[in-house]
Each structure stands twice: as structure tokens, then as C-alpha cells.
Design a protein around this ligand. Structure first.
Ligand SMILES: [Zn+2]
Ligand SMILES: [Zn+2]
Length: 202
């Protein structure tokens, strides 16, 4: 997830703009081609400023919601980053989400998105995501009031910390600082050893 929010009524949507519709279609097509183990799709009618990684049956999915896809202040870079972040939940290796150990934690998904994910997208499509521009655009629309509790939450639940990490400002922060991810990794590893199961997220 980015930050789940319903759009306020005064926020302008460009849903009727044919150019924007073509951009969203082409991004989803490019992402599907670049990361073929994931099915990327648009949920046009949901006005959430969000995207989501989901496991449905044995399939891996990324849903891009209409409120994010057609927000007038978000351009191609912000949308591409959002899709990379969601792909990261499926493909990144490392700390896990507390409610679903088959998906990577927020911090690991961001790190994967700006590094491996962005490089793979560039190799496959020739498109370079401008991370600084993505952060600038998202910064205008993400309103965050509550802060995570550093003693047991993922640090990437703080938008300020998250954007500094994406822009590589300040000391690098990694999953080692994610209290939630660390606990979940231990639990997941213990379960895998017991059950001899597959490594999740691959
Ligand atoms: Zn997320
Ligand atoms: Zn984390």
C-alpha cells in the first residue's frame, strides 16, 4: 500500500482524459510484461488513493485503484513508483508484513522498488522512473497525521522517513531497523524450518 485514503470531493480526477487513460493502460501493460509472475490491473471505480498487492488463490496481483490512477496531481513517475512498490511486496526478499507473511514489508518493498525494480523496468522497457519527481508528486497528495511507533512498527509507515530513504537522504535505513519486519522474519523462518516450506515472496 501507499497510504490508503479516500479522495476528498475537491480533488480533481482526470478519469475522462483519454491521454491519461492511455498512460494508465500502457503502464499496466509494461509492468505486466516486465514482471510476468504478477497480474497488474486497474480498479477504475474505486476512488482510493492507493494500490494494493494481493494474493488471490495461487495468483499474485497488483490492483491500481482509480483514485490514484487518475489523480490530477500525480504523473507517470508517481504511478510507476506506486506499481513498483506493490510489485516489491510480491518480489522483494526480506522482512514480511505482519498480516501476511507471503508479502514483503513496506520498507523492503520501497528499497526493492527504487533499486532492483526500477532497474528491471528500465532494462525491459527503456523507461527510467524519476524517483525524485515521484516523491515530489506523492508529497502533495499524501496527508499523514499519525506516526508509527518505532518500537514495534515498520519505519516505512512514516512518509517523512520513507521519502528521505527513497531520495537517499541521511543515513541509509534498511530492513534491519524495521522492528515489525524483524519479528515477522523470525516467525516466518521458524515456520519454514518446521514445515520445510517455500521461501515466500519469490
Ligand atoms: Zn506497501
Ligand atoms: Zn519494514
Amino acid at each position: 500500500m501507499l497510504f490508503a485514503e479516500q479522495l476528498s470531493p475537491d480533488e480533481v480526477s482526470v478519469r475522462e482524459n483519454p491521454e491519461r487513460q492511455a498512460l494508465v493502460r500502457s503502464l499496466l501493460h509494461d509492468f505486466g510484461r516486465t514482471f510476468p509472475t504478477i497480474e497488474f490491473s486497474l480498479v477504475y471505480e474505486f476512488r482510493f488513493l492507493n494500490a494494493q498487492a494481493l494474493l488471490l488463490g495461487s495468483g499474485r496481483h497488483v490492483k491500481l485503484y482509480g483514485g490514484l490512477a487518475f489523480h490530477n496531481r500525480l504523473g507517470k513517475d508517481a504511478l510507476a513508483f506506486a506499481l513498483l512498490h506493490e510489485a516489491g511486496h510480491h518480489l522483494a526478499i526480506g522482512s514480511r508484513l505482519n498480516w501476511n507473511p507471503c508479502l514483503a514489508c513496506e520498507c523492503v518493498s520501497d528499497l526493492w522498488a527504487v533499486n532492483e525494480g526500477a532497474s528491471t523496468l528500465h532494462e525491459q522497457t527503456g523507461y527510467s522512473v524519476n524517483i525524485a519527481k515521484a516523491v515530489e508528486e506523492l508529497d502533495q497528495v499524501i496527508g499523514q497525521t499519525s506516526q508509527p511507533n518505532p518500537s514495534h512498527d515498520c519505519w516505512a509507515l512514516s512518509w517523512l522517513d520513507r521519502k528521505n530513504s527513497m531520495l537517499k537522504k541521511g543515513p541509509p535505513r534498511g530492513p534491519g531497523e524495521c522492528r515489525l519486519g524483524e519479528l515477522m522474519m523470525r516467525a516466518t523462518n521458524a515456520r519454514q524450518v518446521e514445515g520445510g516450506g517455500q521461501r515466500p515472496g519469490v
